[in-house]
Write a protein that binds this ligand. Structure first.
Ligand code: FES
Length: 71
């Protein structure tokens, strides 16, 4: 079994942590401000930004799918 997937090694930030923050509606900049993600070596920035963007897109899309009632 695989262990947790780390996105930002410098700040020991796991993928599930970034996903949870993005699902709460936080932008990458907001996540960076509270976690320090991509604030050191910066090698994680592209992947972290992409991860946050994809979660936010998925989350926003799911919230806007109309629910049809069946009579
Ligand atoms: S791996 Fe994220 S700042 Fe270095």
């Amino acid at each position: 079994m695989l262990g947790p997937m780390f996105v930002c090694i410098c700040n020991a930030l796991r993928q599930d942590t970034l996903e949870a923050l993005a699902e709460e509606g936080m932008s990458f900049d907001e996540i960076q401000n509270i976690t320090g993600c991509a604030g050191n070596c910066g090698s994680c920035r592209e992947h972290a930004e992409s991860l946050v963007a994809s979660v936010r897109t998925r989350h926003l899309t799911a919230r806007h799918i109309p629910v049809l009632s069946v009579a």
